[in-house]
Write a protein that binds this ligand. Structure first.
Ligand SMILES: CC(C)(COP(=O)(O)OP(=O)(O)OC[C@H]1O[C@@H](n2cnc3c(N)ncnc32)[C@H](O)[C@@H]1OP(=O)(O)O)[C@@H](O)C(=O)NCCC(=O)NCCS
Length: 255
């Protein structure tokens, strides 16, 4: 069998039965996704990638290994997303980020205006375009069961009382090596951008995380999103790069 299972997850072998890569499986919305794809020790990335493309046809494949991701793309996969995880501890103070002009940060609640603000913030050309409310609900109510951190989750209101953005934070998250929160969403509708509200929402999430006794705030930013500058400025530091590719339905040479 080209794909077998052992205690460490799935093992991918080449046509000669030699193990060339490892990965894990996860079901996401009815689709089986290959996670943490990495070449076996001593195996060149391109050899592992060729086997991956052949045996994982049509599937999404994720990797934290940049060389493996490049080799998968070289073997015919399409890049879906390259992103960076960032962390912010509390060694340095949380910057002051006032909310001016009658705007305010209030407890989180879903309403139609917030849904509209999020779809405007993530316009059609945005790399993370998706139905945010549905996605956030599935992460917090679905099988992943992430726990919303109320003191670090909030809504931005304009002077007329309309919802114009949010910061949505969960924690403690199960993948943290120390007790940490994770900002799953930060967004401000285009009409409110560039006036410090994004920074204020992020500072709110940081304060709420510290008050909850957690020691790090994490988030993931898609490479190329200008929000990265805001995170750098607010003291977040990159800790991990990750890549998602999709393997072609029919690997080259099999048609
Ligand atoms: C990221 C976001 C919440 C920032 O909100 P904001 O209210 O404009 O933020 P602030 O006014 O506090 O800070 C502005 C900073 O945001 C960053 N930024 C984010 N998107 C930007 C854009 N399209 N153009 C310019 N700067 C942008 C910049 O760092 C900018 O500050 P700088 O020019 O001094 O470097 C907002 O741009 C947004 O909703 N973007 C779309 C959704 C998104 O990508 N969210 C982040 C997911 S990881």
């Amino acid at each position: 069998m080209p794909i077998s299972e052992d205690a460490g997850g799935a093992v991918l072998s080449d046509g000669h039965g030699v193990p060339v890569a490892r990965f894990g499986w996860r079901d996401e919305g009815g689709e089986r996704v290959a996670l943490m794809f990495r070449p076996s020790p001593g195996v060149p990335a391109d050899r592992a990638a060729r086997a991956g493309v052949r045996e994982l046809a049509g599937r999404r494949i994720r990797s934290n290994d940049e060389e493996a991701a490049r080799a998968l793309i070289g073997a015919g996969c399409t890049l879906v997303r390259a992103a960076t995880d960032m962390h912010r501890g509390f060694g340095e103070p949380i910057p002051e980020a006032p909310v001016a002009g009658g705007w305010s940060i209030v407890p989180h609640d879903w309403d139609d205006e917030l849904a509209a603000a999020l779809s405007a913030a993530y316009g059609p050309d945005h790399p993370d375009q998706a139905d945010r409310p549905a996605r956030l609900r599935s992460l917090t109510e679905g099988e992943q069961g992430l726990i919303v951190l109320p003191g670090a989750t909030a809504r931005l209101k304009d002077p007329g009382g309309r919802s114009m953005g949010e910061v949505f934070t969960v924690g403690p998250v199960p993948w943290g090596s120390v007790p940490m929160s994770w900002v799953l969403d930060l967004a401000v509708a285009p009409g409110g951008q560039g006036r410090g509200f994004g920074a204020a929402l992020l500072a709110y999430a940081m304060r709420g995380t510290r008050q909850a006794g957690l020691t790090i705030v994490g988030l993931t930013v898609t490479n190329g999103n200008p929000a990265r500058r805001l995170y750098d400025r607010m003291g977040f530091r990159p800790v991990l790069r990750h890549f998602e590719v999709r393997a072609p339905q029919s690997p080259a040479g099999t048609l």
